[in-house]
Structure formats: C-alpha cells, structure tokens
Design a protein around this ligand. Structure first.
Ligand SMILES: [Zn+2]
Length: 528
C-alpha cells in the first residue's frame, strides 16, 4: 500500500482525504554533488506527496524527511535532502506511481478532459500539469522501418509545417519532425540506419534529405503527386488557350440552345432517390418560410411565429434578414467528409473504388459518418468519369460551361461517360488547338502508365511530352527518373502518411489547441 522505501507511522483519515505519515527506510543517503554516503542527520522537514487514491478518497503521504550533512568537507554542498528514490523524484509533488497513472490519463484523454476525469478518480491534477507529464513520457521503442513514407503536414495551418514519418509495412507513425527541412530529415535517417525504401513527394527537400541521410536507399516518387503534377501542367496549358476555350464554349452553348428550341428535349437524367429527398426537403423549408412571412404580414410577433412554427426566434430573424428560405443544401457529402476528401481523392486516383474499404480507411482516421456517405461520394465521382471530379448536380436548366479545371480533367481522362455537351466542347477544342491536343495526349499516356493501365516504357512516355506544352515537366521528371520508375515498379505510396495526418488532426483537435510540438509527438507515438 505505501510507496517503496517508506514506512507508515500513522494514518489520519478525514471524510474526503487520507493522510499517511511516513518515514524513509534508508539509514543513509548519497550526496547529489559528490556521491558520498552520509548518515549524519542535519535536520528534518515535512514533504507532502500526492499518492494513489484509496476507496474514492485522495491520499497524501506526509513524509518526515531528513536533511543530511555531506561528510566531505571539501564538497560544494554542506547539506542535502534525502532523495526518497523509488517513491518519488526530486522536486515532485506526487509519487511515481501516481504520476505514471496521471500520465496515461493525459495520453488517452488530453489535458482538459483528462483533468476532469482525474478529479472524478480522486487524483486531481491541472490540465497544464497533465500535459507536462505527457510530454515527458519515455519514448516507446519502435523498430527502424524498412519502408518509410515521408510527408509534410501543417500543424499550424498555413504557418508551420512539420514532417510525419510512417512505417509503411506496419502502417504506424514512427516519428514527427518539427519542420520539413532536408537537414532535419537527413539527421533522422543517420540516427536510424536500416531504412531501405523511402516513399516521398516529388523532388524537393525530402529527396535531398534522403540522398544526404541514406545515400543507398531506393527513393519512390509518390504516384498521386506525379498525377497531380501532370494535371497542373496540363491545366497551365489549357489556361494559355483560355480565349479559345471561352469562344468555343459560347458556340457550343448557342448550338445547344438552338437544338432545344428545335424541340429536341434536353437530356435530363431521372432524379435519384437522394435528389428527390433533397428536393422535398427544399420544398418543406420553402413552405415554412412562406408561412412565416404570411404570419408576419398578418402582424404576428417573432415570438408568436416561433411558437406556431416551432422555429427559434433567432432563426426566424435570420430568415427575414436574408429575405429567402434557408438554403442549406450542402448535399450528402457535406462537411463531415470534408477533412477526408483529399485522402479519398488520392485513393480514388490510385484505383481504389471499394466504398466499404475506403470507409474503413477514413474511419480509422477519425471519420464518424456512415459507409453510405462514402458510397454516394464514389457514385458521384464515377458519374463524372474516370479521373473526373464530382460536379454539381445537373438539375439546372441551360448549361454552365465547365471551368478550366474541369476541362483539364476531361482532357486527361477517357471522356466516354461525360455528358454529351462536355464531350462536344472538348472535341472542338482539341481540333482547333492542335498544340493542346498533343499535350493532352501525352498527359493521358503518362497517367495511364502511372495507373498501371499501360506497359509503355517510361522513357517513351516522357519523350512523348517533349516538344509539347508539357516539355518542362518532362525535363524535371527525367531528372527524377529513378524515383519515378520506382513508383511504377513498387507498390509504395505516401497515401498511408496522408491517412496518418488525418488521424493527427483528430488528435490535435482533442487537445484543445494546447498541443505544443513535444506533446503532440508524445501522444502520436503512444497512440500508434
Ligand atoms: Zn557532497
């Protein structure tokens, strides 16, 4: 019951605290400066240590501790306090075993919630102290990974970037680095020899860091980053022909309008069950708004309308101020999926179309929605064509020509599943701007190789880009050719790192913004 090395003298219970009076078992103590043992007691004093609770009551150990005289007259220290080792550490207000327990509460629950929980468990501790205990946790021993993914993450959005290192074979975070510099990464690699493969984004700090810190290692460029590079290069090419795109879009729109007038019904897909439900909800909101307006025009007060409709007065005031029915039509993949969109997008681009699998992956990252939400999201991507993005519902009459970004997506994918008018626009654009046709063709070939849909040698694919609007991209890819080739030859990507970053964001939110870097790192390494 009593901490190691102490002997109980007296127990003093009160209704909510138990005080245990104790003395140390040791007859001697070592001087912290010179290390010599002393048995000459100089004086005694009381030291209070919080200990594990007993029967729901907080326990305080009051140790009658001694000061010893150092036997060495030449020592800088005349007297010293006995250390009570085993029971506590220097200058601490708690016993080791209590600190250990509180540290685990902090790891699991964070500062604020952990502090509340600890109070309920009769071992009160402030949030700040809890976080300090967590930050001082001993590092868990993790084996050096053979296959490592490295990626950046914003730990103060837009301000500070750190680096996350993930063991790809175990799918575990192995470390967090406080910045994204090549030197920091290479220092980590030198301190952890044994890494054989490094998956990273395109050439940059991490490529340099890997080359400096682990020269023999196989570097793998991340497929998703490569796909994005190609997409960006093609988009710049489209932007250069923006004027032509706008003109052709106007012509196609005029043709479509003429065809509609000529009696051809504009093709409009059957609404899905979901779209029907949304339309009904919209109608209900409109009806409520209309009713509110009618009541107000009849002279009713806000409170009376609120009572009649069951809508809070503040909400009503907002409706009247905006002058229309509440819009709130964010769709099924609304805000709760937002933090995971980047991850899903990249997994989709990698070829994973299994809703259940993707749902399991984002759930592990903290997504709390149902599988249906992910399935609906995939359905919209599929409808937009492979490599395309979900477009807004096409329930608007008339046609809003696609943006440069959307046109880029259409040009870099097989357009068979795209709406007829978009196909018409793209075909016309490629016909009139051969330069763009050559670039789009080269981009498509490269994307197909990256997705393992084509066995064309990388060198040929890059050659095809030469002399087109993608020329400078081809040059930079050639400089990084070994890592790009490794992306085709190995299964490794940085996707798991992206997933771990989502988990990290969830952890950070649970820490109520108090998360300094050391604390966040301690929690991530212990939570893995
Ligand atoms: Zn001494």
């Amino acid at each position: 019951m009593i901490p190691a090395g102490l002997t109980v003298i007296q127990v003093l219970p009160t209704p909510d605290t138990i005080t245990i009076v104790a003395i140390s078992d040791a007859s001697t103590a070592a001087c912290p400066s010179c290390g010599r043992l002393s048995r000459r007691v100089h004086s005694t004093y009381h030291r209070r240590l919080q200990d594990l609770p007993w029967q729901g009551r907080a326990v305080v150990v009051r140790v009658r501790a001694r000061r010893f005289r150092c036997p060495d007259l030449a020592c800088v220290r005349r007297t010293f306090a006995e250390p009570l080792s085993g029971a506590t550490v220097r200058r601490s207000w708690r016993t080791c075993r209590l600190g250990d327990l509180q540290r685990h509460i902090g790891l699991a629950a964070g500062g604020e919630a952990g502090s509340r929980l600890a109070r309920r468990l009769a071992m009160p501790v402030s949030p700040a102290t809890l976080l300090r205990l967590v930050a001082r946790s001993p590092e868990p021993a993790t084996p050096v990974p053979k296959v490592l993914a490295v990626d950046e993450w914003a730990w103060r959005k837009g301000h500070r970037y750190g680096t996350v290192l993930v063991d790809l074979e175990r799918n575990r975070v192995v470390d967090l680095l406080p910045d994204r510099r090549a030197e920091t990464f290479s220092a980590w690699l030198r301190a952890h020899p044994g890494v054989e493969v490094i998956a990273r984004d395109r050439a940059g700090a991490y490529a340099d860091g890997a080359a400096q810190g682990a020269p023999g290692v196989v570097q793998v460029a991340d497929r998703w980053h490569l796909l994005r590079n190609v997409g960006d290069a093609l988009r710049h090419a489209v932007e250069r022909h923006h004027a032509a795109l706008r003109r052709i879009a106007r012509e196609v729109a005029a043709e479509l309008a003429a065809e509609r007038v000529a009696g051809e019904p504009a093709s409009k897909p059957e609404p899905t069950a979901l779209e029907r439900r949304r339309a009904e909800a919209r109608a209900r909101r409109q009806a409520r708004y209309d009713e509110a307006v009618r009541l107000r025009e009849g002279g009713a007060t806000l409170a009376a309308i609120a009572a009649a409709l069951g809508t809070p007065p503040r909400t009503l005031a907002h409706w009247f101020a905006t002058g229309h029915a509440p819009l709130r039509d964010r769709g099924p993949a609304g805000s709760i999926l937002d933090p995971f969109r980047d991850y899903l997008e990249r997994r989709y681009a990698e070829g994973c179309r299994n809703a259940r699998q993707l749902w399991r992956e984002v759930r592990a990252q903290g997504f709390q929605g149902r599988p249906t939400i992910v399935r609906v999201w995939i359905g919209r991507w599929n409808k937009a064509g492979s490599g395309g993005a979900p477009t807004a519902t096409s329930s608007h009459p008339g046609w809003k020509p696609p943006s440069v970004r959307a046109v880029t997506r259409l040009l870099s994918s097989d357009r068979d599943s795209a709406p007829d008018r978009d196909q018409r626009l793209c075909a016309r654009l490629l016909e009139e701007v051969p330069e763009l046709a050559a670039a789009a063709d080269a981009a498509r070939r490269f994307a197909r190789v990256l997705r393992n849909e084509s066995a064309e040698p990388l060198a040929d694919t890059l050659n095809a880009m030469k002399g087109t609007l993608l020329d400078s991209l081809a040059t930079s890819l050639e400089r990084d050719a070994a890592a790009v080739q490794a992306a085709l030859d190995t299964p490794w990507t940085t996707s798991p790192a992206e997933g771990q970053i989502n988990k990290l964001k969830t952890l950070k939110r649970a820490m109520y913004g108090r998360a300094g870097f050391p604390l966040l790192r301690a929690r991530v390494l212990h939570a893995a």
